[in-house]
Design a protein around this ligand. Structure first.
Ligand code: GTP
Ligand code: MG
Length: 273
């Protein structure tokens, strides 16, 4: 006899990123794809509150603990019967709500000692068709910089005795269906270059401030203090914070073209489980 008792969701993911990136659209799609469809529809208007939804991983998506799940694998049947559930917290991306919601959620969720609520990963969503605009690029990179700086501090402050668990970051390069969209490689380069600029002006600001007050500010800089340009590789090397940039689309024709426009993000989620 086979029972279809869904396992309780035990992994949390946090969805961050600027306003209009497609976070709520993604959350809504995941819910619709999940066998737990609740018919709750979230408006795709600018969000003002964060929401927590429970969704399922498609059975054909491999997980970190079951990496080579093949179509003939008996565990696939098991996965179909008993899909893996995880939770996604959608946050509002508006600049004025980031400190009180996105960043504050990141602080709370990453500090959770409870295995049931511990944060497995951060999905930072960007609108790849909007990044050609200088102001949007600056805004997006500033938010990502703050998220990565928090994760770097967390990784460095973790005592060696009780090692902090890694929280990897997925930069979900959304809206690849639009013909004006930058490909993921260009998105990575633009974000890295812009974060480098932000970090340089921050370093300079700190130096100026310490000259003024004569105080040695011990404010941390993202990456390292060397002259080396910032890159996600450098961050991984310096602080063990892993960042992947992966293209996709919540809307559009990618559904037919690639099977699903969000498949590769689900695969990233699966690898974290
Ligand atoms: P905030 O709640 O303000 O932080 O924004 P959000 O990130 O939740 O954005 P939302 O999901 O509301 O999406 C913004 C707009 O982008 C909506 O009109 C979506 O339909 C649209 N959108 C989302 N994903 C895609 C995509 O992959 N392609 C295209 N063309 N449009 C998309
Ligand atoms: Mg939203």
């Amino acid at each position: 006899f086979f029972q279809t008792v869904a396992s309780p969701p035990s992994s949390n993911f946090l969805l961050l990123g600027p306003s209009g990136a497609g976070k709520t659209a993604f959350t809504t799609l995941l819910e619709a794809k999940s066998s737990l469809s609740s018919n709750k529809s979230h408006s795709t208007h600018t969000s003002q509150q964060s929401t927590l939804v429970t969704v399922t991983l498609p059975p054909t998506v491999p997980t970190g603990s079951n990496r080579y799940r093949s179509v003939n694998d008996p565990s696939l049947k098991e996965a179909t019967r008993n899909p893996i559930r995880y939770r996604v917290r959608d946050t509002p991306g508006h600049g004025k709500l980031r400190a009180s919601q996105g960043i504050s959620e990141l602080q709370t969720m990453s500090q959770s000692k409870d295995i049931k609520t511990r944060l497995r990963g951060v999905v930072f969503m960007v609108d790849t068709a909007a990044l050609v605009d200088e102001a949007t690029l600056r805004d997006t990179a500033t938010y990502l910089h703050d998220v990565l700086l928090f994760l770097q501090k967390r990784a460095k402050n973790g005592s060696s005795s009780k090692r902090t668990t890694d929280i990897p970051v997925l930069v979900a390069a959304n809206k690849q269906d639009l013909f004006t969209a930058l490909p993921p490689g260009a998105v990575r380069e633009k974000l890295e270059a812009e974060i480098d600029r932000i970090r340089k002006s921050k370093t300079k600001g700190l130096l100026d401030a310490s000259e003024d007050t004569g105080l040695e500010e011990e404010e941390e800089i993202l990456g390292n203090d060397e002259q080396e340009a910032f890159s996600f590789k450098l961050l991984e090397h310096e602080a063990g914070v892993k960042v992947d940039v992966v293209g996709g689309a919540v809307k559009g024709d990618l559904q037919e073209e690639f099977g699903s426009g969000v498949r590769r993000w689900e695969e990233w989620v699966g690898m974290c489980l």
